[in-house]
Ligand binder design. Structure first.
Ligand SMILES: [Ca+2]
Ligand SMILES: [Ca+2]
Length: 315
């Protein structure tokens, strides 16, 4: 799965989202996956939890296990906690439901097949390892996003490719009866990322659509990515707004004061890989309106932070 030429940074702290670390590469043929050695001795304490999954590295062999490192506060280094069998693992998402802690992996490709299971693991506090809790069939899974609406918990997968088409369903699952069950299927087009966000009491899900395969010619990259809104009456996500993107690989939502923004990382328009990422501002009735374009090339991440001196965005 090198089509999008993603560069990934490999560290995922608990509760964080790998997708914010996706960035288009200037060389789409080279997907660099490596573990920064410095991290393993980094003298910092992860926030919230002491479990850190790291991505597998080297992508010629898709069936590389993923290693979970655990922060040892005594030695102040990350130590191997366990190894999990993964297949082209593209994303890890950590989340909690009540007292239970989970990891879900997006298995993209096993070398033969994109239609493979992605796996939810549950932390066993007795044995201190993550154990397989549930498997879900996915299709070139690229991203998992966990979110809660009131007492309800959801997982949504970005299915990229089923081996034939990129125009396939991505599935929203709901936590019911102690497991995740299908809640809604949403047609996506080479989905690479889901971003859930809230504006006041409204809940939205934005999908980044990557590419539409064309049987008789080059793929289409300039396609709609779509924002859905939860209709609490019908209890379904319905289309709120389409936004044309160029092989989108990441959406990020952020606020600055009262203002709400979405930024999309565009990666390819059919010819160029040096594209602008676009910032959209929430304008209520009008939805999200583009206000700013930023060169994406060479970026490694989207980060923003607020200080008393103002708001900053780093990439
Ligand atoms: Ca994710
Ligand atoms: Ca994202």
């Amino acid at each position: 799965m090198k089509r999008w030429g993603l560069l990934r940074q490999l560290v995922l702290l608990p509760g964080s989202d790998a997708t914010s670390r996706v960035c288009p590469s200037s060389n789409p043929r080279l997907a660099v996956l490596s573990v920064p050695q410095a991290l393993l001795t980094m003298p910092i304490t992860p926030t919230g939890n002491d479990i850190v999954p790291l991505y597998p590295y080297g992508d010629n062999n898709h069936n590389i296990d993923s290693v979970i490192y655990r922060w040892n506060p005594g030695t102040k280094v990350f130590e191997v906690n366990q190894t999990l069998e993964t297949h082209g693992a593209y994303d890890w998402e950590f989340f909690s439901v009540g007292p239970y802690h989970f990891l879900v992996v997006a298995n993209t490709f096993d070398g033969n097949n994109h239609n493979i299971d992605s796996v939810i693991y549950r932390w066993n506090p007795g044995t201190k390892v993550f154990e397989v809790n549930q498997t879900l069939e996915t299709h070139g899974a690229y991203d998992w996003e966990f979110f809660s609406v009131g007492p309800y918990h959801f997982l949504v997968v970005a299915n990229t490719f089923d081996g034939i088409s990129t125009s396939i369903n991505s599935t929203i699952y709901i936590w019911l009866g102690g497991m995740f069950q299908p809640f809604q299927y949403i047609k996506t087009v080479g989905a690479t990322d889901w971003e859930m966000f809230q504006v006041k009491d409204r809940y939205f899900l934005a999908v980044a659509n990557g590419q539409k395969l064309n049987e008789r010619g080059p793929s289409h990259y300039n396609i709609n990515s779509t924002i859905y809104e939860l209709n609490v009456i019908t209890q379904t996500f319905v289309k709120f707004q389409d936004i044309v993107t160029n092989s989108a690989v990441d959406w990020e939502f952020f606020s600055v004061g009262e203002e709400k923004f979405l930024v999309v990382a565009n990666s390819h328009d059919g010819t160029s890989y040096s594209l602008n990422s676009v910032i959209y501002r929430w304008q209520g009735y009008e939805g999200f309106v583009p206000i700013h374009r930023l060169p994406t090339i060479g970026c490694t991440d989207w980060e923003y932070f607020n200080t008393t001196a103002g708001s900053f965005r780093l990439f």
